[in-house]
Design a protein around this ligand. Structure first.
Ligand SMILES: [Cu+2]
Length: 374
């Protein structure tokens, strides 16, 4: 047979090849088969043997079917039926019991892993995670007095080698918290507090993505776990426990004034810099916008879709001294100019940040102020 439409054939062959090559990506931050902590290891230790068993069964059954179909196919010169095994007692008992045993084994291993993952180590540090349309909030009660001392967003900062007991909640609709390198998914359900333990073996950034469709900007609702060595974590925590810095420079001071007028109805930047008097007693102004007290200490913003710190300057030049240290003025400005254009939101429906019709000079002042919030 001559293949008429070889272009189509090539295209059809290309699909599985593309899929197979896509699976080879080395830099795949959401790879769920690349565990980086004990909880993810426990899942991996279940997945690998179960996959191996499933693969053996698959190969045996598929090749068995092919083999039998070819060996006992109907031939031109022979119309007789092969020997029939229907009602063979031993065979039927065998192929009932064997799969039941395999499934019981897999079932028992799964249940043990689930119990193992449900155990929260006694020395775990607690963090509350709140899903919001469309970003993640993290609250730390550092001294254990029942009041949150650190409220931040996007980056969940944790110390390495320390189990972290997350309590996952939602402020609006159902979301799902998922850092594939550290553990499985856990839904954030309004009115419920769901536990999840994570731990990172090594310092680094572990990415995640909201994995329950939660509306307009679901795909822009990402998160990162930033795991720091103990000393760095302590530095981070001490900084977060202080109030916002007091802006010194004239432009940043102007930005603070503008912030009080345009932003403080939704956002909090508490402390002396953010004016302790205005914000006193308001743990969070609206509860629906990220706390900006230490905005510039984060690595990302707006549901982790923008980097806050860049490696290259506006001309695309890399200065090795400056890697990851250049404030992303361009994207912060874009965000302030028209947030719903950067990330689909419907602020008129109470979800997201509205276009505040700021002038360029107001934006310049606000960016200078935000830059000081380290
Ligand atoms: Cu979500």
């Amino acid at each position: 047979m001559k293949l008429r439409n070889s272009g189509l054939v090539k295209a059809l062959l290309g699909v599985p090849i593309l899929l197979a090559l896509g699976a080879c990506a080395t830099d795949a931050p959401l790879d769920s088969l690349n565990p980086k902590g004990p909880e993810a290891d426990a899942i991996q230790n279940l997945v690998v043997p179960v996959f191996a068993i499933a693969a053996v069964v698959f190969v045996l059954v598929e090749f068995g079917v092919l083999f039998l179909a070819i060996k006992f196919r109907r031939r031109k010169d022979d119309d007789s039926l092969p020997v029939q095994h229907h009602g063979n007692f031993k065979l039927e008992i065998g192929w009932t019991i064997l799969p039941a045993l395999v499934l019981a084994g897999v079932g028992a291993a799964s249940v043990f892993t689930l119990f193992d993952l449900a155990d929260t180590p006694a020395d775990a540090q607690e963090v509350t995670v709140i899903g919001q349309q469309w970003w993640w909030e993290y609250r730390y009660d550092v001294d254990g007095d029942g009041e949150d001392d650190i409220i931040t967003a996007n980056d969940l900062v944790i110390p390495v080698g320390q189990p972290i007991a997350l309590t996952i909640q939602s402020r609006d609709v159902i979301h799902s918290f998922w850092i594939p390198a550290l553990n499985g998914k856990r839904d954030a359900v309004p009115g419920r507090a769901q536990p999840l333990t994570i731990e990172a073996d090594e310092p680094g950034v572990y990415r995640g993505q909201c994995s329950e469709f939660c509306g307009l900007s679901h795909s822009y609702m990402r998160m990162r776990v930033v795991a720091l060595a103990a000393a760095d974590y302590k530095t981070w925590q001490d900084n977060q426990l202080t109030g916002a810095d007091v802006p010194q420079e004239a432009l940043a001071k102007k930005g603070l004034e503008q912030f009080r007028i345009s932003c403080s109805g939704c956002h909090l930047a508490s402390g002396p810099g953010g004016d302790a008097d205005i914000y006193k007693g308001t743990a969070q102004v609206s509860g629906a916008a990220p706390n900006l007290t230490h905005f510039a200490s984060r690595g990302v913003f707006a549901g982790s879709i923008f980097d806050l710190w860049l490696d290259t300057n506006v001309n695309g030049e890399v200065d090795t001294e400056e890697i990851g240290k250049i404030f992303n003025v361009a994207d912060v400005k874009k965000w302030l100019r028209n947030p719903p254009a950067e990330k689909p939101m419907y602020p008129q429906g109470g979800r997201g940040m509205p276009n505040l019709q700021l002038t360029e000079s107001q934006i310049d002042a606000l960016v200078a102020y935000l830059r000081t919030l380290e």
